[in-house]
Design a protein around this ligand. Structure first.
Ligand SMILES: NC(=O)c1ccc[n+]([C@@H]2O[C@H](COP(=O)([O-])OP(=O)(O)OC[C@H]3O[C@@H](n4cnc5c(N)ncnc54)[C@H](O)[C@@H]3O)[C@@H](O)[C@H]2O)c1
Length: 259
């Protein structure tokens, strides 16, 4: 059992399709004890129902846009366990109208919200978790190729993911001396609640299935197992990295063809 005796905090489960839930299942299958957040009362029941099957798992409210809620989350987790070994940040948000049409129409408020919830929140939750990461640790966040390449309609979320990936490197530099590793997984498109906010997501998944070297759509479980690797001792030499779990899609040039 790779995570025997290890404890993790998973931020970002909304429902059974959430990437965070797949990560939780992979981690739990290797013996991890897990704590969760739920974004608000609306999601509480969903999350509590899901985690009911996991021995010892508990969930607490936390909107990552609010420092007081982040502090309360860490306090609640701290009452249950003296330390955590890993933290999963699987959260993103941009107003729906920003994820359709052209990027040039991005509003100041939409830009600020997307960057705050999707990128700054990694700094906020990592900093707040430090007092619980007394024995080193591993932080994993989720990103997407739209950080580096233009993906129509991904728009301001691409800019937020670029900021998130840079944040991973700066945090990795700061926290390496404490033996805390910080990495991102760049997942291929998967139809989750958040992804449904990006107009054209079905087309993106189909395109991926047709052109990705592995000729299939990315599945949550593939991302979950890579996160398991990163938070386990197997990933002990890796920090500041973006690992692609996208069936190889990101290696393609524009003229790559399925034939
Ligand atoms: N689905 C994809 O195609 C895909 C691809 C690459 C990366 N990602 C990333 O994976 C992560 C998880 O997304 P998902 O696809 O599993 O969708 P999801 O909707 O299941 O998860 C997104 C989570 O973000 C949470 N969230 C949003 N705003 C929040 C806030 N203010 N406070 C607290 N929580 C908040 C939601 O409650 C939800 O649990 C995101 O960072 C997303 O950008 C997704």
């Amino acid at each position: 059992m790779l995570l025997d005796g290890k404890t993790g905090l998973i931020i970002g489960v909304a429902n059974k399709h959430s990437i965070a839930w797949a990560i939780a299942q992979s981690a739990a299958s290797q013996g991890a004890k897990l704590f969760f957040n739920y974004q608000g009362e609306r999601l509480r029941e969903n999350v509590e129902e899901l985690i009911a099957t996991m021995p010892g798992a508990k969930a607490f409210p936390c909107d990552v846009g609010d420092d007081a809620q982040i502090a309360a989350l860490m306090q609640n987790v701290g009452k249950e366990t003296p330390k955590i070994d890993f933290l999963v940040h699987s959260v993103a948000f941009a107003p729906r109208e920003e994820l359709t049409g052209q990027f040039v129409n991005t509003t100041r408020q939409g830009f600020a919200t997307a960057l705050d919830v999707s990128a700054y929140s990694l700094v906020a939750v990592t900093k707040a978790a430090l007092p619980l990461m007394t024995d080193g640790g591993s932080v994993v966040t989720l990103t997407y190729l739209g950080a580096e390449r233009v993906v129509p309609h991904y728009n301001v979320m691409g800019v937020a993911k670029a900021a998130l990936e840079a944040t991973v490197r700066y945090l990795a530099h700061d926290l390496g001396p404490k033996n805390i590793r910080v990495n991102a997984i760049s997942a291929g498109p998967i139809k989750t609640l958040a992804a449904r906010g990006v107009s054209g997501i079905s087309k993106m998944v189909d395109h991926h299935r047709e052109f990705a070297p592995l000729r299939r759509a990315t599945e949550q479980g593939e991302v979950g197992d890579t996160a398991l690797f990163l938070v386990s001792p197997l990933g002990r030499g890796i920090t500041g990295e973006v690992i692609y779990v996208d069936g190889g899609y990101h290696i393609l040039g524009s003229l790559a063809s399925p034939d």
